[in-house]
Ligand binder design. Structure first.
Ligand code: SF4
Ligand code: SF4
Length: 447
């Protein structure tokens, strides 16, 4: 598989001039200073495996496994090496090959990741059960109590996992409370088309709700629907949609990713339908994956064309909102900053649209965040599988956020929201964390 991918990309690989421009942008290289933990070093290793010069050994596994898949290296590469695709193929081959002599911790980790991704994320009922259990735990107050008790102060990995769970929900309700007090008056939620004279139905869109977003960040999904509706969209939310498969593809479970991609294509683009309206996504990781279905299924004679058409319809919500006339929002008098999710900034090239959207909210003072486009360490499930590196990267991010003195940090990916939210909480910061559409939704609701 890796050999096939490398062959396909051989032009770009051979064009790699080993310039090293990617090195300073690579978070793992910056932390460790090891060439094998840099994009250039990892490319050498991949080529050596593809050319059968080395085996998939535990050392190879370690260096490829430590990559965040943040794709920051792609943004600066003058030769256009598509590192993300190569990494997916390399990981898929690692899963197929199952190298011997891996240490016990890596084996246990791989086993559980495979079990959860392949058996739970592919079954909606089971996934819903998991989300319901996590929500019940959050709402019982037990997690906050354990965190406040300080019992896990000397067990940082457990303390961080608890904090992640505590932050695995939308903070929009909290923001509403805070800003309702400040503004004293809050409008009734706009109901949409029927009772609003200004409203004109101008667009039709489909909304991808995702699995983690719908399970844990339900309120962010509702805010997305409201913002779209308030801006003239008829929003269709197909009930048979499934997980996008991003976590699977990034972890090397290629076949499961393909199966999920096909299920989503069948849902949003049944063969009998000629629909071509945008598919709106509010999670950067899902959007990047769905824009890639065309490549994922390029060799599938049945799905190839529909996959390409599907991917061309996928739009991040900020990307879509940038193309339409937005309804005027009420002022929110606060300081805000923005952290760019890697799979939006590097993966999709959607860079300015979220910032422009935030700048349209009157009263909100935008303060740029140093290192906004550098990975926070969340990277899907990386913060669970590589807690040490993930925490080191997060420490730098939290320090930069503190310097902005912003009251609200805005970011458009659930993994980043949980990871940064946990880091802020453990650092004793009260910064609120919102999705760009949540902030706009809040502004629409304030008087
Ligand atoms: S920036 Fe691109 S061309 Fe330069 S070393 Fe990195 S991968 Fe190769
Ligand atoms: S994807 Fe990110 S972590 Fe991996 S090599 Fe590229 S810059 Fe480094």
């Amino acid at each position: 598989m890796l050999k096939t991918t490398l062959d396909k990309e051989s032009d770009k690989l051979l064009a790699c001039v080993h310039c090293g421009l990617c090195l300073p942008t690579c978070p793992t290289y910056r932390q460790l200073g090891n060439e094998n933990d840099s994009p250039r070093g990892r490319l050498y290793l991949m080529r050596a495996v593809a050319e059968e010069k080395i085996d998939i050994s535990p050392t190879y596994h370690k260096h490829l496994d430590l990559c965040l898949g943040c794709r920051a290296c792609e943004t600066v590469c003058p030769s256009g090496v598509n590192f993300g695709h190569l990494l997916e193929s390399a990981r898929a081959e690692m899963v197929e090959t199952k190298p011997e002599k891996l240490d016990w911790w890596t084996r246990v980790k791989n086993f559980f990741v495979g079990l959860v991704l392949k058996q739970v994320f592919t079954r909606k009922w089971l996934l819903n059960l998991v989300w319901a259990t996590l929500k019940a735990l959050q709402r019982s107050g037990l997690v906050s109590l354990l965190l406040k008790s300080g019992l896990f102060k000397y067990l940082p990995a457990i303390e961080f996992a608890l904090s992640l769970l505590d932050k695995a929900e939308s903070q929009l309700p909290k923001a509403k409370e805070l800003f309702t007090d400040k503004n004293e008056l809050i409008n009734e939620l706009r109901k949409g088309y029927d009772n609003d004279e200004d409203f004109k139905l101008a667009y039709q869109v489909a909304q991808f709700t995702g699995c983690i977003m719908e399970g844990l960040f339900t309120e962010t999904n509702r805010a997305t629907t409201r913002v779209l509706s308030n801006n003239g969209c008829l929003v269709e939310i197909p009930s048979t949609q499934v997980c996008c498969g991003a976590l699977h593809a990034h972890s090397g479970f290629h076949k499961t990713a393909v199966m999920l991609a096909k299920a989503n294509i069948d849902t949003f683009m049944p063969v009998t339908s000629k629909n071509d309206f945008p598919i709106i996504v509010n999670a950067a990781g899902c959007g990047a994956m769905m824009k890639d279905y065309g490549r994922l299924l390029a060799d599938d004679p049945i799905y190839r064309e529909r996959a390409k058409a599907f991917s061309s319809r996928v739009k991040d919500v900020s990307e879509f909102l940038a193309t339409i006339d937005l309804r005027k929002a009420s002022p929110i008098n606060t300081k805000i900053t923005y952290d760019a999710p890697c799979h939006l900034y590097h993966g999709q090239g959607v860079r300015q649209q979220p910032i422009d959207l935030l700048k349209k909210i009157p009263g909100a003072e935008f303060i740029p965040l140093v290192g906004a486009e550098t990975c926070c360490g969340s990277a899907g499930i990386y913060n669970l599988t590589h807690p040490t590196m993930a925490r080191e990267l997060l420490t730098e991010k939290i320090e930069n956020i503190k310097k902005t003195t912003a009251e609200i940090l805005v970011t458009g990916n659930p993994g980043c929201a949980m990871h940064i939210g946990a880091g802020l909480q453990l650092a004793g910061e009260n910064t609120l964390l919102l999705h760009p559409v949540e902030l706009l939704d809040l502004a629409y609701q304030l008087a």
